[in-house]
Write a protein that binds this ligand. Structure first.
Ligand SMILES: Nc1nc2c(ncn2[C@@H]2O[C@H](COP(=O)(O)OP(=O)(O)O)[C@@H](O)[C@H]2O)c(=O)[nH]1
Ligand SMILES: [Mg+2]
Ligand SMILES: [Zn+2]
Length: 291
């Protein structure tokens, strides 16, 4: 049997990248019964039935799974924000970071369109997240600035590009690999919304080895699956401090003698990040009530 990776699913066909060729496959009948799903990013074993056609015989174990968009075996996410136009929303950055942490993905934060703002503004943004420990790149995709640094991070991995519409994700991907020819720019609202509802993504082969996935963004429905008590785990600067709180069950909300709140007051944790923590905590609570 031969091995490959599902790069695209369409109707009941699966397009399998196998070496340098794409093989169009059906599933062996026995897979079609039961609650089984095969998604983009899954690794499979198949047999050939023609020069470029085959049948999937086996689905290899999944290492990870991202729900929206549905992609298996994602290694890292490139969170892309424009510094301006559209102006960066720090609370939105935090929401994306939390989802990515929750999904156990490696994270690269890309601040794009740095050509449109002052160097000091960019430096402050970069430092803010670097201090927490994140890998941050500042780029201007339109000019090619910083593209090599990003390129170097992508090989042999499945990297999902996520971030708000208009941040420059498709422009960045085209800059790293002109052959991709992704559509960029002023997407009409209507088409834009249509695209956002697409749950299924496509893996694009990256010439450096590995794959990239261009997405309209995450949905934040994942907050529903989170536990209040675990939210702190998705804030790398909060979780190490939590053991110093008076109460072991402290969720750093209204409890007395909370080391996290102390760290916020003393400036070791940024007040904006703590506010994001509280906002998401509230959302998790509201969601629980809804059930
Ligand atoms: N000035 C400037 N404009 C950019 C840059 N990157 C992308 N753009 C523009 O921003 C708009 C949205 O880009 P696009 O790649 O479609 O964003 P996406 O929705 O995240 O895929 C397009 O008009 C791009 O030309 C950049 O580095 N600088
Ligand atoms: Mg795009
Ligand atoms: Zn606490």
């Amino acid at each position: 049997m031969l091995n490959g990776i599902v790069v695209k699913a369409y109707n009941s066909y699966y397009y399998i990248q196998s070496g340098s060729k794409i093989v169009t496959c059906n599933l062996r009948g026995r897979f079609k019964k039961g609650r089984f799903s095969l998604i983009v990013g899954d690794e499979v074993a198949y047999t050939l039935t023609g020069p470029e056609e085959g049948i999937i015989e086996e689905i290899l174990p999944r290492r990870s799974m991202l729900k929206r968009p549905m992609v298996a075996n994602v290694d890292q996410v490139v969170l892309t924000f424009a510094a301006v136009n559209p102006d960066i929303s720090l609370s939105l950055v935090d929401r994306f970071l939390v989802i990515a942490e929750f999904s156990e993905l490696e994270i690269i934060l890309c601040i794009n369109k740095i050509d449109l703002t002052d160097a000091e503004v960019v430096a402050e943004l970069v430092e803010r997240y670097q201090q927490i420990g994140y890998k941050v790149l500042s780029i201007a995709a339109k000019l090619g600035t910083g593209i090599e640094q990003l390129y170097a991070q992508l090989h042999d991995k499945i990297s999902v590009f996520a971030g708000p519409s208009g941040a420059g994700k498709s422009t960045i991907l085209n800059a790293i690999q002109p052959g991709l020819g992704l559509t960029t720019g002023e997407v009409s609202q209507k088409i834009g919304r249509g695209k956002h509802t697409t749950r299924f993504a496509e893996l694009l082969p990256f010439e450096g080895g590995g794959f990239v996935v261009d997405t309209p963004g995450f949905s934040f429905t994942e907050f529903k699956d989170m536990e209040e008590a675990h939210l702190m785990d998705y804030f790398p600067e909060i979780s190490p401090i939590a053991p110093k709180c008076k109460f072991s069950t402290c969720i750093h909300y209204k409890e007395p003698q909370c080391a996290v709140k102390k760290a916020v007051a003393e400036g070791f944790i940024h007040a904006d990040r703590y506010q994001s923590y509280l906002d998401i905590l509230n959302e998790i609570r509201e969601n629980k009530k809804g059930y």
